[in-house]
Structure formats: structure tokens, C-alpha cells
Design a protein around this ligand. Structure first.
Ligand code: ZN
Length: 269
């Protein structure tokens, strides 16, 4: 038996090796954009972009407050009596990652979309799972896949991705192609490491549901998806990945299968 290597599902989940460097780059870009905006403002110029940038601390605060409130007033909040399986999964993931506070969990109407996200406002942290994705958790389906996805989202919180200061620091980089998206992809691999740590047996189901939805997920071959990470070659597959907020699905599958190295951010495995 091999010893845990940080990327092993039996050790604590690893942060992607490029994440912190890309975060420093993103914060540098934001800080430079800020300084240029202030300089332009002082020299008497003001346009929409300068305004948006200078108001970023307020805009990020308002957007996060509104997003949190939207879940509180429209979402179905997980509790010991409401979606207790989901409630337990969130608590178990938080315990697994050594978090002192358990995030709130909400189910919201998915309208067919397979999605989930994590965010926060002030000191509160929460995960939101769209109903069409949450449905995979029923006992008749694949609760392991849901536990992986809950672990992924709680992992974003455990890794600090949902903090106000981090999101403010990344604000400017989100408008620069490649830099913001590359940091985002590194964060997604970090979150996948958390998902795998939380429920290693859910990785294949998670790739299945993200690839083909809640009804066909069981028919998706995890290994065929992971194999194709290395065989779908060329400029355009590379371009799709480099501009995406999430690593392309075949590369994610490959990273979940090969635990000897970190997931690929820029070039195919
Ligand atoms: Zn994610």
C-alpha cells in the first residue's frame, strides 16, 4: 500500500500546486488596475470601467449579500428534518476538512441545470445545490456522487475560495482573459481534491452526472472520459480549456484517476 501523498483520497485534500501563485498574479493584476484607475481619476478622467473598478469593494459586498439573501428567501434549507441526507453530507464534509463551523446547505430549483456552488457573506458560508443535481442523491441513484459534489463545494469554503477579500482581490483579474480563468481552474482542482477526499467512490458518478445528466450518469464510462483527455488533441480543445472557469471534463476525469500528479491547468495530460 502506498503512503498518502497529499493527493491521495486518504490524506487531507491538497491545494493545487499552481493555485497560490495564480492567486498572487490575480491580486497583482487587480492592484495594478486599481492604481491605474486612481491615477486616471486624479488626472480628471472617469468612465464606466474606472467607476466599476473603484466601486469594487462595495459592488462585491452588495452582490454577496444579495446572493446570500436569495438563498435564504427562495431556497429549501437543509436541516435534520428537511433533506436530512444532504444536511448530514454537508456536516460530514465540514468535519472531514476540520472546519469549525458547518456551512448552511440549500437546495434551489434547477430547471434542468446540473450545478452547485459555494459562497458566503460576512462570516456566513453556504453551499447551494440545484435540484436537478441534488436528485442524484436519492438512495435509488448515486448518493456517493452527491457526497463527492457536496465535498467539492464545502471544499471551496474550506480552501478559502469564498472569502470576501479573496473575491475582491480577484475582481480585476476576472476581466483579463486567461489569468482569472486559470486561477479558477486551479481552484476547481483543489475543490475536486476535497470531493475525492470526502467520498472517493463518488468521483466516477460526479463525472457521469456532469457529462450526461442525472438519468444517463450511470452509463458514462469514467475511464473512457479520462482516456480521452490525452487523445483529444489540437489548438481548439486547448483554447476551450484555457478560457474556461472549470477544467474541461475529460481533464478533470484524468486528474481524478491519476493521483500521482496535480490536474492540468494549461496543457493536456
Ligand atoms: Zn467548484
Amino acid at each position: 500500500m502506498l503512503p498518502p501523498r497529499g493527493l491521495s483520497p486518504w490524506g487531507m485534500p491538497a491545494r493545487h500546486r499552481f493555485e497560490n501563485a495564480l492567486l498572487v498574479l490575480a491580486i497583482t493584476v487587480t492592484a495594478l488596475a486599481y492604481l491605474v484607475s486612481i491615477a486616471l481619476l486624479v488626472s480628471g478622467r472617469l468612465d464606466t470601467w474606472i467607476g466599476i473598478l473603484l466601486l469594487a469593494p462595495l459592488l462585491v459586498y452588495l452582490a454577496r449579500g444579495r446572493m446570500y439573501a436569495a438563498q435564504r428567501v427562495n431556497g429549501v434549507k437543509m436541516s435534520p428534518t428537511q433533506f436530512p441526507d444532504g444536511y448530514r453530507m454537508v456536516a460530514e464534509a465540514a468535519a472531514r476538512f476540520g472546519m469549525s463551523r458547518v456551512p448552511d446547505g440549500y437546495v434551489v430549483l434547477g430547471n434542468g441545470q446540473i450545478n452547485a456552488f459555494a459562497s458566503g457573506h460576512g462570516f456566513r458560508r453556504y453551499v447551494v445545490v440545484y435540484s436537478d443535481l441534488f436528485e442524484v442523491g436519492g438512495q435509488a441513484r448515486d448518493p456517493d456522487a452527491l457526497a463527492f459534489i457536496v465535498g467539492h463545494e464545502v471544499g471551496h469554503i474550506a480552501a478559502g475560495h469564498t472569502s470576501y477579500w479573496r473575491q475582491l482581490g480577484m475582481f480585476g483579474a476576472n476581466y483579463v482573459p486567461v489569468i482569472g480563468s486559470s486561477l479558477s481552474r486551479a481552484q476547481e482542482y483543489t475543490a475536486d481534491n476535497h470531493g475525492l477526499c470526502n467520498r472517493p467512490t463518488g468521483a466516477a458518478g460526479a463525472i457521469g452526472v456532469l457529462g450526461a445528466g442525472k438519468y444517463l450518469m450511470g452509463l458514462v464510462s469514467f475511464h473512457e472520459m479520462a482516456d480521452r483527455a490525452g487523445t483529444e488533441r489540437g489548438f481548439f480543445p486547448w483554447l476551450v480549456n484555457i478560457l474556461a472557469s472549470h477544467p474541461v471534463l475529460t481533464w478533470r476525469a484524468a486528474a481524478l484517476r491519476d493521483r500521482s500528479r496535480h490536474g492540468r491547468i494549461f496543457f493536456r495530460p
